[in-house]
Design a protein around this ligand. Sequence first.
Ligand code: HEC
Length: 147
Amino acid sequence: MKRALILSALALTTAVSLSACNIAKKSDEKAQQGPPAGGPPPPPPYQMRAEVADKDRLAPTSDGATLFSHRCGACHLTFGMGTNLITARQIAAQQKPVPLLADRTDLAADYVKAVARNGKGAMPRQTKVDVTDAELDKIAAYLGKGK
Ligand code: HEC
């Protein structure tokens, strides 16, 4: 009698752990299928911030793209909190998302400078230590694409 009880307890434990395995396997398969249809697009590959030439910050020699990547990239390159939040806002406004500031065609240089110096929403204002006027001029010209 005792033996039968032990055996059935053993069988029950095995059955329970096997079904738990099955559940884990199913969720693994689901994760590999990627996000559900209609979800956000997959992000572009991971980006590293560019290095800037270690010279006079009041007369920078690096170009606007490099300066932008270095000074603003922690938030505005792929996976940055600025990129993520801007994407979320664009999706909420039912716009086609353009997550990276560098890909935008609607930014004017003066607007970029105003946002950088005053901040906007969740973006903290950038002081002249974070980004000098000379650096910001080049960054704004780069993001504004001549506007
Ligand atoms: C600490 C993170 C952080 C840094 C550093 C940062 N930003 Fe931002 N930026 C954000 C966030 C977050 C937003 C979105 C704000 C919101 O909508 O609430 C934003 C928004 C912006 C916008 C407005 C975009 C729009 O659609 O109106 C511009 C322009 C911008 N940033 C430029 C810059 C520039 C230029 C720099 C570098 C000098 C910079 N940012 C540095 C976090 C940052």
